[in-house]
Design a protein. Structure first.
Length: 308
């Protein structure tokens, strides 16, 4: 395992996002200054960038940086324009890579809104029922394609307005999302969210560590020892929290990085294989096929044909 054996996984802030954690210093609107829709804007690094969940829906727009996105059991890559709607208690995180030394002032624009008021309103206002299928899809996380510019304009208008005008702008955005069919659902499973902060804090530290060190050789038992669990208990715990087995989670990270290198560099496939953490070509090709349905070479060819 290497460096993890010497590095203690230390606790950070609780990962169940509660009202008392939504400090305006972190980018939230102060209590009392908003109604049903709450806005958030923050840069990176920021304490809010962690594996967490909350009771509200969250519309998340990335405006700067690239990196890894985690939604439920989904692991992918994000870049500016990445637009995702997550449902209540669906764990998620966006981890930026290659940040400038000074960080970035604004990385994310976010809207949060609750489930029950909207559903109750739809019982009396038939027009709002159009949004209900969207809310159901959001349980898995939805990534929208080709909507980032329109979403940005509408989110800015919502942030700049209040009262009935703010709600009107929000309904317009909700209608745009509900009628847009160029999207994909991200998480295959609806995870059992942890209700205790200590468990979330632990899994957040583990996820962050693996994300930063996926190219190294990992042994599950080493990490299990660091969080004070047996190998079998940690294996069950990790799968419950992320929707993936430990091995699948690491492989998804490695294949995701390999896809980026295949598209953005002319490195040999064998070079990419070892640089992302696989120890032989046969295993790399097998795992790549399982996750992408094609070989690494064919993935590169398709990218060249599509994007030049």
């Amino acid at each position: 395992m290497g460096s993890l054996a010497r590095q203690k996984i230390s606790p950070r802030s609780p990962e169940l996002e509660r009202d008392f954690q939504r400090d305006p210093v972190l980018g939230y609107e102060p209590a009392g200054s908003y109604g049903y829709i709450r806005c958030l804007e923050h840069g990176a690094p920021n304490p809010l960038i962690r594996w967490h969940y909350h009771e509200e829906y969250e519309l998340h727009l990335i405006v700067e940086t690239t990196g890894k996105v985690f939604v439920g059991d989904y692991i992918g890559r994000f870049e500016p324009g990445h637009l995702v709607l997550t449902g209540p208690r669906l764990p998620h995180n966006w981890i930026s890579s290659e940040l400038p030394a000074a960080g970035v002032q604004v990385r994310d624009l976010v809207l949060q809104f609750s489930d029950e008021p909207l559903r109750k309103a739809a019982e009396h206002l038939p027009e709002l029922r159009e949004a209900l299928p969207l809310l159901e899809r959001a349980k898995h996380g939805i990534e929208f394609m080709g909507l980032s510019e329109q979403a940005y304009e509408r989110i800015v208008k919502i942030r700049q307005s209040s009262g009935l005008q703010r709600f009107s702008e929000f309904v317009g955005l909700l209608s745009l999302l509900a009628r847009h069919y160029d999207y994909r659902l991200l998480s295959n499973v609806q995870l059992q969210s942890f209700d205790d902060d200590d468990s979330l804090r632990q899994i957040s530290e583990v996820v962050d560590y693996i994300t930063a060190n996926y190219a190294n050789q990992f042994a599950l038992i080493d990490i299990a020892k660091r969080v004070g669990m047996s190998e079998s208990r940690f294996s069950r715990y990790f799968r419950r929290a992320t929707g993936n087995t430990f091995t699948d989670f690491v492989n998804r990270l490695r294949v995701n990085r390999a896809c980026q290198l295949l598209m953005e560099t002319d490195q040999y496939v064998s070079t990419i294989c070892y640089s992302v953490g696989f120890n032989n070509i046969a295993n790399f090709n097998r795992r790549f096929m399982e996750l992408k349905g094609i070989t690494p070479s064919d993935y590169r060819k398709q990218g060249e044909e599509r994007y030049g």
